[in-house]
Design a protein around this ligand. Structure first.
Ligand SMILES: CC(C)(COP(=O)(O)OP(=O)(O)OC[C@H]1O[C@@H](n2cnc3c(N)ncnc32)[C@H](O)[C@@H]1OP(=O)(O)O)[C@@H](O)C(=O)NCCC(=O)NCCS
Length: 427
């Protein structure tokens, strides 16, 4: 899909120009212009000022995204005061299909220009552009959970963080069948992309990764102050099939050499054998007292893999992937369902993109969705539809909070999946 040549959104362009600001697509082949945008993006997330090699690397990785800036021409700076980029990512949905999703990232507004409606214009522009391109939904991961509900996004997957006290637990899982070995990110990256593609295709909520997002998971990018601490271990089946890897850092304890902490950058497992072998490897490392890991699923099987459940503690459960439905029939027909049934949904969307009354009929797991005038079974805002879309168990809670009216149990039964959705990385 040629999303790069989608023109700038005239509504947001007009709104910003009324406030003396200019909305523009950034020519990512113009190094000076793109560097200015990248610097603004780094500043927006309080990152270090990027050095030349970091800018060069970022230009190489990110040039394929649709890149938008907001400029205040009254100030003599190359950096925009607002940034966003977007691309079409394959989102895995229940049943295993991959659906084109409008992935949005790098939403920043300069602190000098905050709360003047710049983010509103950027998000409006993204949603209208994606809708015009016929893309059924938009997705993002968020720095703060209070921002995106107003634009119709709802939290659709949750991520867990864990700390495992490895001096306390013993391995209680299966024996390893394959092989573990150290490898080097440069050497392993192409293989890793294949493993990651299997991982991402295997669970609703995961997205197919661009090279940039994949490389972040195998090892450090340029400019990482801890680059030399990364270790990469691969898992291959007995027949030599690459099935997983773990990228991690080991950090020392100030007083006790036997109590290092392992921080997992990413654990990729395309099979249960790979998952258990890599977990066992981490939990049995000598001179290590704690293993910390982030962005695992809500069903991470760690409690079953250790002898002492309380030795593996969930340290946070947090909303992770946010979904914004743009085309109700296309989105609901793209996934499959574990039970058959029929429901009339009244969807409210202040933005005027997805609202309407729809009958969803599921037969043999596949849906048909059409506009209807029949009596409504469930009334919900579009962000609640985004929240239930990937199968997570949120319908009943939203009903208790008064955000879904009608037969929330029926909605839950139809949408929920036995395996909860997961997104195991940030974008
Ligand atoms: C989040 C951010 C992009 C918002 O930009 P902004 O231009 O100040 O936002 P807007 O002026 O368009 O605000 C639109 C609405 O969102 C609200 N809003 C914006 N950011 C918010 C925040 N962080 N918390 C709560 N509400 C927020 C505004 O109050 C406004 O609400 P209203 O419609 O009720 O008036 C900006 O604060 C920022 O760059 N933050 C740091 C980087 C970041 O966290 N980006 C998000 C990445 S996922």
């Amino acid at each position: 899909m040629d999303f790069l040549s989608q023109p700038i959104d005239p509504t947001s362009e007009r709104d910003l120009s009324a406030g003396g600001l200019r909305l523009a697509l950034v020519d990512t082949t113009d190094a000076d212009a793109f560097d200015g945008w990248i610097r603004a993006d780094f500043r927006g997330f309080h990152s270090e000022r990027p050095k030349k090699e970091v800018l060069e690397e970022a230009r190489g990785y990110l040039g394929g995204r649709r890149t938008t800036g907001v400029y205040d021409d009254a100030i003599p700076a190359q950096e925009p005061v607002g940034t966003v980029n977007s691309w079409v990512a394959p989102l895995t949905v229940p049943g295993g299909e991959r659906v084109d999703a409008w992935a949005i990232s790098s939403v920043t507004v300069a602190p000098t220009h905050r709360r003047r409606g710049i983010a509103r214009a950027l998000l409006g522009s993204e949603l209208r552009s994606a809708h015009e391109l016929g893309i059924p939904l938009a997705i993002l991961t968020v720095s703060e959970s209070v921002i995106y509900g107003r634009w119709g996004f709802g939290p659709a997957t949750y991520a867990t963080s864990w700390t495992i006290d490895t001096k306390r637990v013993r391995w209680a899982g299966t024996e390893m069948t394959g092989r573990l070995s150290f490898t080097d990110p440069e050497e392993y990256r192409d293989t890793a992309e294949g493993v990651l593609d299997r991982v991402m295709a295997g669970r609703a909520g995961e997205i197919g990764l661009e090279t940039y997002l994949a490389h972040r998971l195998t090892g450090p990018l340029k400019g990482d102050p801890e680059a030399d601490k990364y270790r990469l271990v691969r898992y291959d089946s007995l027949s030599g099939e690459p099935e997983g890897f773990v990228s991690y850092l080991v950090k020392g304890d100030e007083v006790d050499f036997t109590r290092h902490t392992v921080e997992v950058n990413y654990l990729a497992a395309a099979t249960d054998d790979a998952l258990t072998a890599l977990w066992r490897y981490l939990l049995e490392l000598d001179l290590v007292a704690n293993v910390k890991v982030w962005t695992r699923g809500v069903d991470e099987p760690l409690p079953a893999l250790v002898s002492d459940i309380r030795g593996a503690q969930v340290t946070s459960v947090q909303d992770h992937l946010w979904v914004r439905i743009l085309d109700v029939p296309a989105a609901l027909q793209a996934r499959s369902y574990e039970r058959d049934g029929s429901l009339v949904l009244e969807v409210a969307d202040d933005f005027g993109i997805a609202d309407g009354r729809y009958r969803l009929t599921v037969t043999d797991g596949r849906a048909e969705v059409a506009a209807t005038d029949d009596a409504t079974d469930v009334t919900l805002p579009v962000n609640a539809l985004g929240s239930v879309y990937l199968g997570h168990d949120t319908a009943r809670g939203l009903a208790v909070a008064g955000r879904i009216q009608g037969d929330a149990d029926a909605l839950d039964r139809l949408f929920r999946t036995a395996v909860p959705p997961r997104l195991s990385t940030w974008f």
